[in-house]
Design a protein around this ligand. Structure first.
Ligand code: MBD
Ligand code: FE
Length: 283
């Protein structure tokens, strides 16, 4: 057993994200495939790829490079990272068409279920020497018609002040900066945490190699992830961003929305405070 803190690697976070994804799909089980739907969608996908090859006159060396890179992506466990960064936002926009109330956005690859359950006013689990500005997020969960939803759950997870997630970086204790808050009778919550740093896609893995090869930056703006649910209401999976923060207008994962930007204020006690209310639609 090693006691020196290992530094995070793409292989480490990718492998853990792949394991987390497999665990999540085993729980819900695969949807039965509709043969016509599979045929239509997969045909369209293959046609799109063939179209790119024709339009851009893809060469054999380019094709072999792509094959190699796709195999690397799987071996590094980075399929969840790559798909959630480059594709999930498009799927979320389809879901958004039928979703009323608070805006959702992508879940990303770093959700872990079963975190510590906390009362309405709580501090997220953190290290004794947790780095960063203290942030207090208050708000209310309510129905679209304004009814407060007591007993709702606010599942929150975030990166630390260095931009790393517990469970996906070896030097952070399990469960750090993750928790499931239950709202009080008024539907209210007050979560004390630290302000996260922007997230940088690991540069030492295949997704990072692609970003470098294309000259694209690897950054997501600083964000909190939240899943808000109450019995009888449609669950919201979303993220909250910080006004004035870096990368808000060029998120590599294309997952920002104007409605999801917090404007924290620093009061006399030196703490950053922000308020955000969640409006859930009935199922
Ligand atoms: C993240 O933290 C994230 O939120 C997404 C969507 C993709 C990669 C890392
Ligand atoms: Fe994230």
């Amino acid at each position: 057993m090693t006691t020196s803190p290992a530094s995070p690697t793409a292989a480490g976070s990718g492998t853990n994200a792949t394991a987390a994804f497999r665990a999540s799909v085993t729980r819900s089980g695969p949807a039965p495939a509709d043969r016509q739907r599979v045929s239509t969608v997969v045909q369209a996908l293959v046609d799109a790829v063939r179209g790119v090859i024709r339009d851009h006159e893809i060469t054999y060396p380019e094709f072999r490079t792509a094959e190699q890179w796709l195999m690397d992506l799987g071996e590094a466990g980075e399929w969840p990272l790559f798909l959630d960064v480059f594709v999930e936002h498009e799927v979320e926009k389809i879901a958004e068409r039928t979703q009323h109330g608070t805006k959702g956005t992508i879940q990303g690859p770093y959700y872990l279920p079963g975190q510590k359950r906390l009362p309405a006013t709580a501090t997220l689990p953190q290290r004794d020497d947790e780095k960063g500005d203290t942030l207090v997020l208050t708000g209310q969960v309510r129905a679209l018609d304004g009814t407060p939803l007591g007993g709702a759950e606010v599942d929150i997870w975030q990166a630390d002040a260095d931009g790393y997630y517990s469970g996906f970086a070896p030097h952070i204790p399990d469960g750090n900066l993750r928790g499931v808050i239950t709202t009080d009778e008024q539907g209210r919550f007050e979560i004390t945490t630290v302000r996260p740093a922007p997230y940088r896609i690991p540069t030492d893995g295949p997704t990072g190699a692609l970003l470098t090869a294309a000259g694209w930056h690897p950054w997501r703006p600083a964000h909190l992830h939240l899943m808000v649910c109450a019995t009888g209401y449609r669950q919201i999976t979303t993220q909250l961003y910080f006004q004035g923060g870096d990368w808000l207008d060029s998120d590599v994962a294309s997952a920002t929305k104007d409605e999801l930007i917090l404007a924290p204020v620093r009061l006399g006690d030196g703490l950053l405070r922000a308020r955000y209310d969640f409006d859930l639609e009935p199922v």
